[in-house]
Design a protein around this ligand. Structure first.
Ligand code: UD1
Length: 362
């Protein structure tokens, strides 16, 4: 069984790592890896391959950055002749980035069976590019592997036959649990000049937060208040760095002694910083899940989440992007508010095993 696995952007790498490792255990599977090149900076891509032992991609399409339509089209144009040549028995895509949707479209057009890992998540917010990617990919997939039960419900409501849907758990948590021991052995916070539980960690990259200067400025206002109570470590996504510069906000932000800008971090450093933080503030999808497993309070700077189990069972709380609500959320946590701390069902480190078992059974 020749399986083509597709990756493109940073959050794909920790999801594909356990799948590739599991597939390589079986002689009846020939797993190949294609990197679309959506992310290409070393600290957004290569570093994760090294840290997570992901094999060097068999092919790199090197598409780079552009508008969503341009990027999607470039990936499709480059992938079609390659899939035609390699003729895999299956294409596996993960997550919800442009590379995921582009590859799903090409596989479907070539009648190659398609598996989507992390299927069924819905924010019900079609202004999010990822929501479009999720809906298109799920409507084309033959195997839909879900991380939480809400995903099954969403897919059934959209008319996906039940025999295509498989609730398997969360491959990103497979990677986290595998690396946990490694980061527990090091005091990563100390390397960044902070003590455990005495700092906050912030990540921002959603277009809805960083592309509108007023919204971005409001979030930085909240950080100006917050850093007086708790140092804030802020690894900057390239898009965010660019937007802060364009909006002329670096001058003001650099006067804040305890808002500390960092370069994008590798997987182990970021995981280590999350695990020792007092709280995490983010607009990422995956970080809501990782903080849930780590038991660290998470404030999500969005009005909705496609991952509701992180609220009902985990440590996540939605606070939106307005300064007052962010600060109120921070104060609640500093006052001792604890979120739930259950581990969602099947987030146990064995999701990749379940997925590969189902694919081989087929
Ligand atoms: C993408 C995904 C998003 C995911 C995020 C994680 C889509 C629609 N969005 O958003 O779901 O959460 O990745 O990071 O697929 N850039 C660099 N170096 C790189 C990559 C990007 O400098 O290696 C800069 C470029 O200026 C680029 C911008 O970042 O235009 C945005 O990159 P892009 O891949 O288009 O979207 P992300 O915001 O990273």
């Amino acid at each position: 069984m020749r399986i083509i696995n597709i990756v493109g952007a940073r959050p794909n790498f920790m999801k594909i790592a356990p799948l590739m490792a599991e597939m390589r255990r079986f002689t009846d599977i020939e797993p190949l890896l294609i990197h679309t090149g959506q992310h290409y900076d070393s600290n957004m891509s290569r570093r994760f391959f090294e840290e997570l032992d992901i094999p060097t991609p068999d092919y790199n399409l090197e598409v780079g950055s552009g508008s969503h339509t341009w990027q999607t089209a470039q990936i499709m144009l480059a992938l079609e002749p390659l899939l035609d040549k390699v003729r895999p028995d299956m294409v596996v895509v993960v997550g919800d980035v442009n590379s995921t949707m582009a590859a799903a479209l090409v596989a479907a057009k070539l009648h190659i069976p398609l598996a989507h890992v992390e299927a069924g998540l819905r924010s019900f917010d079609r202004t999010m590019p990822e929501e479009i990617n999720r809906m298109v990919t799920d409507s084309l997939a033959d195997f839909l592997f879900t991380t939480e039960r809400s995903g099954n419900e969403n897919l059934k409501r959209e008319g996906v036959p039940e025999n295509k849907i498989h609730f398997v758990g969360n491959v990103m948590i497979d990677t986290l649990l595998r690396c946990r021991q490694h980061i527990d052995d090091q005091n990563i916070a100390a390397r960044f000049g902070v003590a455990p539980r005495s700092y906050a960690l912030l990540t921002l990259h959603r277009p809805s937060n960083v592309d509108v200067p007023e919204t971005l400025s409001g979030i930085l206002d909240a950080m100006a208040v917050m850093q007086k109570k708790l140092p804030v470590l802020f690894p900057l996504h390239p898009r965010t760095r660019q937007r802060i510069a364009e909006a002329g906000l670096f001058e003001k932000a650099r006067t804040l002694a305890d808002l500390r800008f960092l370069e994008p971090l590798g997987y182990m450093d970021f995981l280590g910083l999350m695990a020792q933080a007092r709280m995490v503030l983010t607009d990422s999808g995956g970080i809501q899940e990782e903080t849930t497993i780590l038991g660290i309070p998470c404030l999500t700077l969005r009005e909705n989440t496609e991952r509701p189990v992180t609220i009902t069972e985990g440590t996540n709380e939605l606070v939106g992007s307005q300064a007052e609500r962010i600060i109120a959320g921070v104060l609640r946590i500093l006052d001792g508010k604890k979120g739930n701390s259950q581990h969602p069902e099947l987030w146990d480190g064995h999701a990749a095993e379940r997925i590969v078992k189902i694919l081989r059974g087929h």
